[in-house]
Design a protein around this ligand. Structure first.
Ligand code: F6P
Length: 547
């Protein structure tokens, strides 16, 4: 159903009007108990959503919207293995990958769990060998470096998790990630490693992605040029893919391939064999804890009442801002440094999932869908993009993310980190009134016309909303829960908007055009098919470089 035709949507439209005259500062004064009321906990994550432009009525209407648009039924369909990815006719079952309770999940009449468990066991056995130094390279030396070659979902998830869980990483094995087809990245990586002690993981769901295959061929050529033979490839190259034929064609034996299935979307795949670099880095037990954390969040999403359900609340708040308060974007501001790749990861997760303008039925949407997701570690953001959030003209809600405990925790540093995070969320909400600025200036001896001019510049409107997400600890289990929370937030929003969050036709056009332009750059025909601007650019590149 079109969400705009629900009673809740119409009521929310009306209700939104009253928020233009309300300020969160006043709302808190009138109702300080909201600080306790608008808090929900699950899986060691606390979501404090009290600093949002909402009240009990807003929440009630948003929950009604979820109910009228059938979010719970669609959630149950996903968990049951129904083919909710209708354009690709596929089930959406990343939840099966971390289904630690092992209850059967049936797709086309077969339980997928035995296959899931079998691949996990192979990954764990392989990782144990590599980590223990028992997997030998061609000269009998143990592996010291792992290079993951992949892009998008075959890169961002493993990279983000390996960074986030660095303190859990192997003592001596170093992880490297190559995604960009810019030859500089692979060249710089290869300069740091030794072909005799390096393991390459070629990670590609389709095994057709040009960036990954180009990098993989360069790595293979470099390896062979070091004196290795074709037979040695088996000791230094493994593949992660759903495409066994293409893996064999590349020259990697399927004995060295870890498979997954078409019901795992690229951006939802870090729990599958795509997570192999994570297992190699943090070890099977920590990877199991990551899976268990995600599974706990799955169970919470599946069973908790909507008003206490973290993904539901997060998703609904996002819909409130996107569709009723006119906000185009959301900032992800993690405060712990090891979460520094989380914004990039969530950018793909959310924008590739909900960046859609056509509803499941094929008609164009007549309302806003997925927001623009961006961010950087909050502490650095405070000295950069936060200016726009405080005094700019856009309404941009933030997700502050902070783990209260972590490894490598220096109490002195941690106090500054936590204080900065809480201070920003308070400042964005409160702002600073002209009278407060005037008093400050007066104290500093600035008065008269100059003071009045400065008052205008130094006043902060405030009323800028944010969520505060507190993790008990930055460890595998909490990280798993956090990622699953965002996956399900994206699900909730896609379900309300009635769009397919699990295809990505939008990225295909660029891929198609790129192969034609590459031929043209090398002197092949086809330029005439392009617009005048693109033709000029092709001509310019051809004149400057011999490719
Ligand atoms: O370009 C988009 C995309 O299709 C993503 O959805 C995917 O994660 C990425 O490319 C990599 O794809 P593959 O794993 O098949 O190489």
């Amino acid at each position: 159903m079109n969400p705009t035709s629900t009673l809740a949507w119409k009521a929310l439209d009306q209700h939104a009007g009253q928020w233009s005259a309300k300020h969160l500062r006043e709302v808190f004064k009138a109702d300080p108990a909201r600080a306790q009321r608008y808090v929900a906990d699950a899986c060691g994550i606390q979501l404090d959503y009290s600093k949002n432009r909402i009240n009990d009525e807003t929440l009630e209407l948003l929950l009604q919207l979820a109910s009228e648009t059938g979010v719970a039924a669609r959630r149950d369909a996903m968990f049951s293995g129904a083919k909710i990815n209708n354009t690709e006719n596929r089930a959406v079952l990343h939840v099966a990958l971390r289904n630690r309770s092992n209850t059967p999940i049936v797709v086309e009449g077969a339980d997928v769990m035995p296959d899931v468990n079998e691949v996990l066991e192979r990954m764990f056995a392989f990782a144990d060998k590599v980590r223990a130094g028992e997997w030998k390279g061609r000269t009998g030396a143990a592996i010291t470096d792992v290079v993951n070659i992949g892009i998008g979902g075959s890169d961002l998830g493993p990279l983000m998790v390996c960074e986030a869980l660095k303190p859990y990483g192997h003592d001596t094995i170093k992880m490297h990630f190559v995604s960009n087809v810019d030859g500089a990245q692979i060249a710089q990586t290869l300069r740091k490693v030794n072909p005799e002690t390096t393991l390459f993981i070629i990670a590609s769901k389709t095994f057709t992605t040009i960036e990954t295959l180009t990098n993989a061929h360069s790595a293979r050529d470099w390896f062979l040029a070091s004196g290795a033979s074709e037979a040695d490839i088996a000791k230094h190259f493994v593949a992660v893919s759903t495409n066994a034929a293409a893996v064999s064609k590349f020259g990697i034996s399927t004995d060295n391939m870890f498979g997954f299935w078409d019901w795992v979307g690229g951006r939802y795949s870090l729990w599958s064999a795509i997570g192999l670099p994570i297992v190699l880095s943090i070890g099977p037990d920590n990877f199991k804890a990551l899976l268990a954390g995600a599974h706990a969040m799955d169970e919470h999403f599946r069973t908790a009442p909507a008003e206490k359900n973290l993904p539901m609340l997060l998703g609904l708040l996002g819909v409130w801002y996107a569709n009723f308060l006119g906000s185009p974007s959301v900032v992800i501001a993690p405060y712990n440094q090891n979460l520094h790749r989380l914004p990039a990861y969530l950018q793909q997760l959310d924008m590739e999932s909900n960046g859609k303008g056509v509803r499941n039925e094929g008609d164009k949407v007549d309302y806003k869908t997925g927001p623009i997701i961006w961010g950087e570690p909050g502490i650095n953001g405070q000295h950069a993009y936060f200016q726009l959030l405080h005094q700019g003209t856009h309404l941009i809600p933030l997700d502050f993310i902070l783990a209260l405990e972590q490894s490598d925790m220096d109490p002195k540093h941690h106090a500054v980190l936590i204080a900065s995070c809480f201070a920003q969320s308070a400042a964005l909400m409160r702002g600073k009134t002209p009278d407060e600025v005037r008093a400050e200036l007066d104290k500093a001896g600035v008065t008269g016309e100059r003071a009045e001019m400065l008052v205008k510049h130094r006043t902060f409107d405030g009323n800028r909303p944010s969520n505060m997400m507190l993790l008990d600890k930055l460890d595998p289990a909490h990280l798993g829960a956090l990622i699953a929370l965002y996956e399900h937030k994206v699900f909730v929003q896609g379900a309300i908007w009635g769009i397919n969050s699990y295809d990505q036709w939008g990225v295909e056009l660029g891929k198609q055009l790129a192969s034609g332009i590459e031929r043209a750059l090398k002197g092949g025909g086809g330029e005439l098919d392009y617009d005048a601007s693109t033709q000029r650019l092709i001509g310019l590149a051809r004149a400057r470089l011999s490719l």
